[in-house]
Write a protein that binds this ligand. Structure first.
Ligand SMILES: Nc1ncnc2c1ncn2[C@@H]1O[C@H](COP(=O)(O)OP(=O)(O)OP(=O)(O)O)[C@@H](O)[C@H]1O
Ligand SMILES: O=C(O)[C@@H](O)C(=O)CO
Length: 426
């Protein structure tokens, strides 16, 4: 059977976030890690999300990976494609959202795509083209200090305009509030006026449902997981998707539980702060020891005596001033790569020592970890907090549960809640 919806996701936690939304909307969804080899058969699923690590890759590489993912999704029969980007629009003036979206549109032969990163359940809303995180504009939300993609402008019409060779319009709140027909008319009028994209305002899930309903005939949508909220209903309405099915049951393997954190977001720092009071927690200092293998060896030696009934936490996460110091010393990319290598080696070492339930905080970090563990697919399980489900990894050497947490997601007690969920179901 051909799949209905295909997605190219620019990082692995973002892909999981989207897969979670689709499963909750009643679509059987499989997440593939990296571009499947040409000829790989379509999974038995309604939707397939290909998780890339392209958010911060060199732009040419991001475009090439995304086009390869698109080609495979089309070979699986995808009728519609969603380019999943971050709900905080993580990118730089060089890309990669604009250049990748330009390339996907060209490959699909389509003139226009709506763009909306809103995710109201996690406080991301778009008003008059400006992205808010909670009550703060994006550029005052902490994202202006992101280690890899500092977001210093909240006006997404401007941000995307700087990245794309096309022009960007706006479907404002006043239109969105009138419902799907008004949005559909705006999405037809904008390309006639020469716009390749429109940032679409959305303050609530109801607005995203309207946008979804208005987008049933569009070949490409660009957005956060929120843009998918209304899509399953389109497929049900056209008789191509069966009535809602519930998320996969969680089958919990025996073994130790650990957290690995590479995200330096405010949310993750708060979650580590709370976990520190409850479970053994090691905070690595890459500034004092800028050597990935030495950091990994130190962490694994620390973990050796502590793995047992209680979960452990190992974090490289640091405050923006400490991140800036390491970046000044090594350069931004090398600093990120050093920490990602250390954390993925630690993940491999922990799994070798019997960890079977692993939480990873941070999109880039999660991408590095799943690559190192040789994981090729994820089955989506129940949601821990909005946008973050437990998943079961396929393709690695051992049974493994993974929760891949987007840096900014999760309540302060996220790690504790995730551990408790496992106790309840195992
Ligand atoms: N102490 C540190 N110094 C410098 N860089 C660090 C440090 N700790 C982590 N990093 C790097 O910061 C980056 C954090 O990005 P990551 O995508 O993992 O988290 P995030 O951006 O908060 O999450 P998301 O992409 O899901 O929003 C990674 O490249 C990581 O290696
Ligand atoms: O949209 C989000 O915020 C997340 O799914 C994500 O992509 C963070 O990496």
């Amino acid at each position: 059977m051909p799949i209905l919806l295909g997605s190219v996701a620019d990082d692995v936690t973002g892909a999981t976030d989207l897969a979670n939304t689709l499963v909750r909307g009643g679509m059987r969804t499989v997440q593939m890690i990296g571009v499947p080899a040409p000829g790989t058969a379509a999974p038995d699923a309604d939707a397939v999300v290909v998780a890339l690590k392209s958010r911060t890759a060199p732009v040419g590489e991001a475009v090439a990976q995304s086009l390869a993912a698109l080609a495979w999704l089309r070979s699986c029969g995808a009728a519609q494609v969603l380019f999943k980007v971050c709900s905080t629009f993580d990118s730089t003036d060089a890309g990669n959202i604009g250049p990748v979206a330009d390339a996907l549109l060209a490959a699909l032969g389509a003139p226009f795509a709506p763009v909306c990163p809103a995710f109201p359940a996690n406080g991301r809303t778009v008003y008059q083209g400006h992205l808010f995180v909670g009550s703060a504009l994006l550029n005052e939300s902490g994202m202006e200090k992101h280690p890899l993609t500092p977001m210093t402008d909240a006006n997404l019409v401007r941000v995307l305009g700087r990245q794309s060779t096309g022009t960007v319009g706006l479907v404002p709140y006043a239109t969105v509030a009138q419902g799907p027909d008004a949005i559909r008319r705006a999405c037809l009028a904008l390309p006639e006026r020469g716009h390749r994209y429109a940032i679409v305002d959305a303050l609530s899930d109801a607005h995203l449902e309207s946008l979804g309903a208005a987008s049933s005939d569009l070949p490409l949508l660009v957005g956060g997981s929120g843009i998918a909220i209304g899509l399953p209903e389109n497929f049900r309405r056209s008789g191509r998707l069966a009535a809602s099915q519930s998320a996969d049951r969680l089958d919990v393997p025996e073994g130790h539980t650990a957290v690995i954190a590479g995200s330096c977001s405010r949310a993750t720092l708060g979650q580590i702060g709370l976990a520190r009071d409850h479970v053994p927690t090691l905070e690595l200092d890459p500034l004092a020891e800028p050597d990935a293998l030495a950091l990994a060896a130190r962490a694994l030696a620390w973990a050796e005596g502590r793995l047992g009934a209680r979960p452990i936490v190992i974090a490289a996460s640091a405050t923006p001033d400490r991140v800036a110091l390491l970046q000044e010393r090594l350069g931004r990319e090398a600093a990120g790569a050093l920490v990602e290598t250390a954390l993925s080696e630690i993940a491999a070492g922990l799994v070798a020592r019997g960890v079977r339930r692993l939480i990873v905080a941070g999109g880039e970090t999660s991408g590095a970890v799943v690559q190192r563990l040789g994981i090729t697919r994820l089955r989506i399980g129940p949601e821990i907090d909005p946008g973050v489900p437990w998943t079961r990894a396929e393709g690695g050497d051992v049974p493994l549960l993974l929760a891949l947490k987007s840096g900014n997601f999760g309540a302060r007690d996220f790690f504790l809640k995730a551990f408790e969920m496992l106790e309840q179901v195992s």
